[in-house]
Design a binder for this molecule. Sequence first.
Ligand code: SAM
Length: 207
Amino acid sequence: MKTENQKVEHWNTIYQSKNENEVSWYKDYPEASIELIKELKLPLSAHIIDIGGGESRLVDVLLDLGYTNITVLDISEKALEKSKNRLGEKSKLVKWIITDITEFNPTEKYDLWHDRAVFHFLTAKENIIKYTSIAERAISQNGFLIMGTFSDKGPTKCSGLEIKQYTDKTLKSIFERFFELNNFKYLDHSTPFNTVQNFLFCTFQRK
Ligand SMILES: C[S@@+](CC[C@H](N)C(=O)[O-])C[C@H]1O[C@@H](n2cnc3c(N)ncnc32)[C@H](O)[C@@H]1O
């Protein structure tokens, strides 16, 4: 397993050396996430956090939709720097947090916690437990958690790192103590390299 410094370096190197559309997880429009978020009918003042947002354009779309309380968190300073540069002036409307999610100490409650392709990098049980307890603490009562991971039919690695695959049942079992599983779907993500990755997206609600 990589040490904390190695993890930070791994991700910073990726974001320094690759263009936005040269990574497998790239999407010019994150339609799966946006569709699920729209279904929640959250007020525009809802507190939304994108965990491991990296260079994702989800924040751009949320700003365009009129959301006013958006936070993007990532372990990689370089990733967030690139997102801020892309957004220009609009980046000032967003809160940016550089931290390993397992070390995150939330100071506010979120009505929506979104994670696409981040949680599945946590392979050690203790880190999975840390993540879920931070999410439990940080998500407001009746708030939502949208979790996108590789499914059991998806890849076993991403960007050279081992990942953990999930099914709706295994993901539910991890979060069910404090979250209700509202719905789930499996979908194929087409990478910029013309390969396909099967994802699982689950929407949970904080009990
Ligand atoms: C596969 S990318 C997905 C990026 C983005 N969510 C998307 O859908 O485009 C994984 C992201 O998670 C970040 N990351 C990886 N491990 C992390 C951790 N322990 N804490 C916070 N961010 C992490 C990486 O820097 C990277 O931006």
